[in-house]
Design a protein around this ligand. Structure first.
Ligand code: EPZ
Length: 448
């Protein structure tokens, strides 16, 4: 397994342009299926999950081409997955085999469920295996299915997965019991070309929802209200090709702000949006760090000992983001004084504490709360990433640790970070990729 080597206690200095947003790009890529034409996406991150989404697009007949960080998707023709049979709208005739998304991709990435709304909107049918849960939680899709059914979709579930079909999507009034990012996105995608008006209530407020709506509006969709939690969508017969620039990734931005807290120093993150970072910046201010908005992004520095922020609770946006919970644990570990982190979104998102404790963090997890004693002198270790944001947290901890840290499981980190080594190196970190050479040639380690 490829690894990342970090030599800790090297302060970060410099400026960096942050990559495009994974969690904005993925639903927008699914949305291109709704458009019988060419979509041009600028500032698209070249990450594992986007490559997987591109494979899914190609599997249903789309043509996909990269030009640097611009992704060009031509969805003029949609065919059955892997086949040649063109799928025209309303193909969801009973008795016909629904378009089956390739299982090998769906199982690897949970957000593939986001294809449901778009494929139903374009072809009236989709069949997909349940997207894999992951180490952070069960990741059910009951709210997605509830919403589809309220738009006239017939769903049939088996042990393996779900088939959904509809002759013609019709507008409906859907009220979500909890704010779900994915279920909100799927509903917007299904309603964009439905007959009549759809009202969605109690929707997720994450910035990625706004980005999806902006993209769809540029393709001719009629959508309003996404920043209020009550969305109105007036279905359109057809959408058209468009051009859109993916916004900066707010979670990668937050990860690098926390990297600066861990290593010390002063960095400017270009393209970072202060409004999207309010919750994190509020916690950092409590810790004694300083961050200020600049025309080009966010400048932050940490030149003295960090103080404990006290209690931090993850919440839906605009609250403290669950995706920055693990990287914050690493920083709490070195802050002076004890802290507490409560995870309210996912049921199993403290797995990384085990590995952080091998570096000396002393974290104690009980149910949904982690107690962090603080004032730890972290030491370098060989540790293992098991999922995306936990892996990023181990890199952040390595920046603060005495000595060398090796983080294996780089492939998890590559799912969301275009090139975490390139980025942190550009800010002065002593960090590189490592890979195990074939043992038959000795166990030399090479680093790039
Ligand atoms: C999105 O996941 C993000 N992924 C996640 O980022 C992020 O952590 C999460 O939103 C919360 O902000 C993408 O955007 C690709 P949810 P999603 O539906 O849509 C429960 C990362 O690291 N729920 O808002 O799956 C669910 O179990 C990833 O980039 C149901 O019960 O999140 C969870 O407890 C990790 N039934 C809560 O809602 C459903 O049908 C929030 O999930 C759907 C969700």
């Amino acid at each position: 397994m490829d690894s990342i080597r970090i030599c800790g206690e090297v302060p970060l200095y410099g400026r960096l342009k942050v990559q495009g947003s994974k969690n904005a790009a993925l639903p927008i890529l699914a949305a291109t299926v709704l458009i019988p034409g060419v979509s041009i996406l600028h500032n698209c991150p070249r990450i594992e999950d986007v490559h997987l989404m591109c494979k899914l697009l190609v599997s249903v007949g789309c043509c996909v081409k990269w030009e640097g960080n611009t992704l060009i998707v031509d969805a003029s023709e949609i065919t059955e997955a892997g086949g040649q049979r063109p799928l025209e709208k309303g193909a969801g005739q009973p008795g016909r085999e629904a378009c089956r998304m390739p299982a090998e991709y769906v199982e690897k990435m949970r957000s593939s469920v986001i294809f449901m709304g778009a494929m139903l909107g374009r072809t009236g049918e989709i069949s997909l295996k349940y997207p894999g849960g992951c180490v952070i939680g069960k990741r059910p899709i009951d709210l997605h299915l509830m919403a589809m059914e309220q738009l006239g979709v017939e769903t049939a579930q088996t042990e393996e997965g779900v088939t959904a079909r509809v002759k013609r999507l019709r507008g409906g009034h859907i009220r979500f019991p909890i704010r779900s990012v994915g279920a909100t996105e799927n509903s917007i995608l299904a309603a964009a070309c439905a007959e009549g008006t759809t009202i969605l209530e109690h929707t997720a407020l994450e910035p990625e929802i706004h980005a999806l709506c902006e993209f769809l509006r540029s393709a001719g969709a009629e959508i309003t209200g996404e920043e209020t939690g009550r969305i109105r969508i007036d279905g359109r017969e057809k959408l058209h090709g468009c051009e859109y620039s993916i916004p900066t990734d707010r979670i990668v931005t937050g990860t690098y702000l926390l990297a600066c807290m861990a290593a010390g120093g002063e960095i400017l993150l270009e393209g970072a949006c202060r409004k999207e970072q309010q919750a994190l910046l509020g916690v950092l201010e409590r810790m004694g760090a300083e961050a200020e908005a600049r025309p080009e992004g966010i400048l932050c520095h940490r030149n003295r000992l960090l103080l404990s922020p006290g209690e931090v609770v993850t919440e839906v946006y605009p609250g403290y983001p669950t995706d920055l919970q693990s990287p914050m644990l690493a920083v709490m570990a070195i802050a002076r004084g004890s802290s507490g982190m409560t995870e309210t979104i996912f049921e199993n998102r403290f797995r990384v504490a085990e590995e952080l404790n091998r570096m000396g963090a002393g974290i104690c997890v009980e149910g949904r709360r982690a107690y962090v004693p603080g004032s730890a002198a972290l030491h370098g270790e060989v540790v293992r990433a098991r999922e995306l944001r936990g892996g990023a947290a181990l890199v952040v901890a390595g920046l603060a640790a005495q000595g060398e840290t090796i983080v294996s499981g780089r492939q998890f980190i590559d799912r969301g970070y275009e090139d975490i080594v390139r980025d942190l190196r550009a800010l002065g970190a002593d960090i590189s990729y490592e890979w195990e050479e074939d043992n038959s040639k000795g166990d030399g380690q090479s680093s790039v």
